[in-house]
Design a protein around this ligand. Structure first.
Ligand code: ADP
Ligand code: ADP
Length: 223
């Protein structure tokens, strides 16, 4: 479970991107819905320990995220918006390299991990291809494989369906849905359908505040 309390972030230029966010996120898929500029990326980067909030607290499974960022990073999988790839490296080699960075040092363990992930995200057939030649959907599925290295318990996916065609979008969302309910998966998006189809729980963020929280059907019925 992820528990966020009174989280506020004020940028150097005075923008109050988060304004006292309280949010409890259970196991399973959780949708964070909000228009552009709502503060979603600021919130996701704060949870992913990439920026330090102005005030407030974030606790994940007993880890004080702000005070113990290294501890969280060991159990975090993060797929940022517009993540970069090394264009000339193959999918296999990149995952293998990232597995080393994640501390999976034995060759056999790495082979099992990388092969399993390539199959899971349906990129086995293109594992030797350079990432530069990947379509948007292939790239996002590669990004999920990257995020899943080391079996994280908290997975954050920021605006993952932007720019995907409908078929790739469905493929990607189905893949997210398969990750399972023993982990926390946060899907941050401005697209209502991404959340409605997939997430038993969701919250709506606007202007740095939580407007609504609950089950998608209840929230849609209330609006
Ligand atoms: P901080 O005070 O938290 O360090 P800054 O306001 O100094 O933040 O900005 C940090 C970086 O973010 C700068 O490189 C800046 O150009 C960039 N930035 C500024 N405004 C925005 C914005 N509205 N959206 C995205 N990035 C921005
Ligand atoms: P979202 O992900 O929902 O689009 P963001 O978290 O990117 O929202 O942005 C929330 C608000 O903070 C916006 O007003 C944005 O312009 C501003 N903002 C984002 N990053 C920075 C930054 N580095 N410096 C200053 N303002 C920023």
């Amino acid at each position: 479970m992820l528990k966020i309390e009174k989280l506020t972030h004020v940028y150097g230029n005075g923008t109050r991107a988060l304004d006292g966010v309280d949010l409890t996120i259970p196991q399973g898929m959780f949708g964070l819905l909000g228009p552009n500029g709502a503060g979603k990326s600021t919130l996701m980067r704060s949870v992913a320990t990439l920026q330090t909030p102005t005030s407030g607290s974030i606790v994940f499974d007993g880890i004080e995220v702000i005070a113990e960022p290294e501890k969280l990073r060991r159990t975090l999988g993060y797929l940022p918006q517009d993540f970069g790839v090394y264009p000339r490296v193959s999918a296999y080699d990149m995952l293998d390299h990232m597995a080393v960075l994640k501390g999976i040092s034995g060759r056999g363990d790495r082979k099992t991990t990388v092969e399993g992930l390539l199959n899971q995200v349906n990129l086995w057939n293109v594992r030797k291809k350079a990432l530069a030649g990947f379509s948007g959907g292939m790239r996002q599925r590669f990004g999920i494989a990257q995020a899943l290295i080391g079996n994280p318990k908290l997975i954050i996916v920021d605006e993952p369906t932007a720019g995907l065609d409908p078929e790739e979008r469905n493929r990607f969302l189905n893949l997210l849905g398969e990750i399972g309910d023993k982990v926390v998966v946060i899907l941050s998006t401005h697209i209502v359908e991404d959340v409605a189809d997939l997430c038993p729980r969701m919250a709506v963020l606007a202007e740095g505040r939580i407007l609504l929280e609950g089950a998608p059907l209840d929230l849609i019925a209330a609006t």
